[in-house]
Design a protein around this ligand. Structure first.
Ligand code: CP
Ligand code: NVA
Length: 303
């Protein structure tokens, strides 16, 4: 049997994506009702983190514990991966011991290499190119607040980064229009754009992109690994702060999302992220529920 990995949203069909969202909402209700549900008893998730994390680590670890299983945190500081053991060898060894693996790393190719040598499912917990787990939570959050996102308009304001690339794929799979406003030179990855449908529009004016949006999303200006570009990026993105003027261009009921961590006064104003349109705390919580649905799916416990 071929192993099912989750490296980008393209590993899901539209129907599977919607099913995961529905299941995440069910699992959230089960948790709220204190229903004991332990489908991953005696199963272990290996968690390889080459970059920092709060939400991703805690949500995956907690998901495994609530599912009756275990999680092992592995950082390059204290594994042989950090001392140059080949990715292929690490994949071969880890996947003979644990039942499923998640990886947060830099180069997307690394996770592709890893998964090609793994006997068990591999989950992309963020690479420089994609952050598909975050999109599961974002879409769950939209569905909970506003229903199906098909036919709606989303505005991405800021860097054409890993999150933006995953939004492009989500737009295709779930059928929404995506208006991207990025400064010149910071547009999304051209290969990702090449695979996108006609519903992606690129602007340089954040006000135009936000016009008529049902959801406005942004992210940090300098992602992990780009710390040295912080100053140069702050100058390039100066007009891309999602503030009340930008939100005023969106639809009256528009939601605001940010994958977090956020920098108030940079990519988003405090008034917006702490204001009535913001659903960032639901969005963060939904990492737990949506990843539980993902774990079930990859472990073959769901359709
Ligand atoms: N949104 C997100 O992935 O957060 P962490 O970096 O804290 O995991
Ligand atoms: N684009 C950000 C997302 C953090 C969750 C980064 O890669 O650092």
């Amino acid at each position: 049997m071929t192993v099912r990995h989750f490296l980008t949203l393209r590993d899901l069909s539209s129907e599977q994506f919607r099913r995961l969202i529905r299941r995440a909402i069910e699992l959230k209700a089960m948790r709220a009702a204190n229903t004991l549900y332990e489908p991953l008893k005696n199963k272990t998730l290996g968690m390889v983190f080459e970059k920092s994390s709060t939400r991703t680590r805690v949500s995956f670890e907690t998901a495994m514990y609530q599912f009756g299983g275990n999680a092992i945190f592995l950082s390059p500081r204290d594994t042989q991966l950090g001392r140059g053991e080949p990715v292929e060898d690490t994949a071969r060894v880890l996947s003979r011991m644990v039942d499923i693996i998640m990886i947060r790393t830099y180069e997307h190719e690394k996770i592709e290499t890893f998964s090609a040598h793994s006997r068990v499912p591999v989950i992309n917990a963020l690479t420089d190119l994609h952050h598909p787990c975050q999109l599961l939570a974002d879409m769950q959050t939209f569905f909970e607040h506003r229903g199906d996102i098909q036919g709606k308009t989303v505005a991405w304001i800021g860097d054409g980064n890993n999150m933006c690339n995953s939004y492009i794929e989500a737009a295709d799979l779930l059928g929404f229009t995506l208006n991207i406003a990025a400064p010149k030179g910071y547009e999304p990855n051209t290969d990702v754009l090449a695979t996108a449908g006609k519903q992606i529009h690129i602007y340089q004016d954040p006000f135009k992109a936000a016009t008529g949006a049902d959801l406005v999303v942004t992210d940090v200006w300098a992602s992990m690994g780009q710390e040295e570009e912080q100053q140069q990026r702050a100058a390039a993105f100066a007009d891309f702060c999602v503030d009340e003027r930008i939100m005023a261009c969106a639809n009256k009921e528009a939601l605001f999302m940010h994958c977090l961590p956020a920098h108030r006064g940079e990519e988003v104003s405090a008034a917006v992220i702490d204001g009535p349109s913001s659903v960032v705390w639901d969005e963060a919580e939904n990492r737990l529920h949506s990843q539980k649905a993902l774990l079930e799916f990859l472990m073959g416990l769901a359709g």
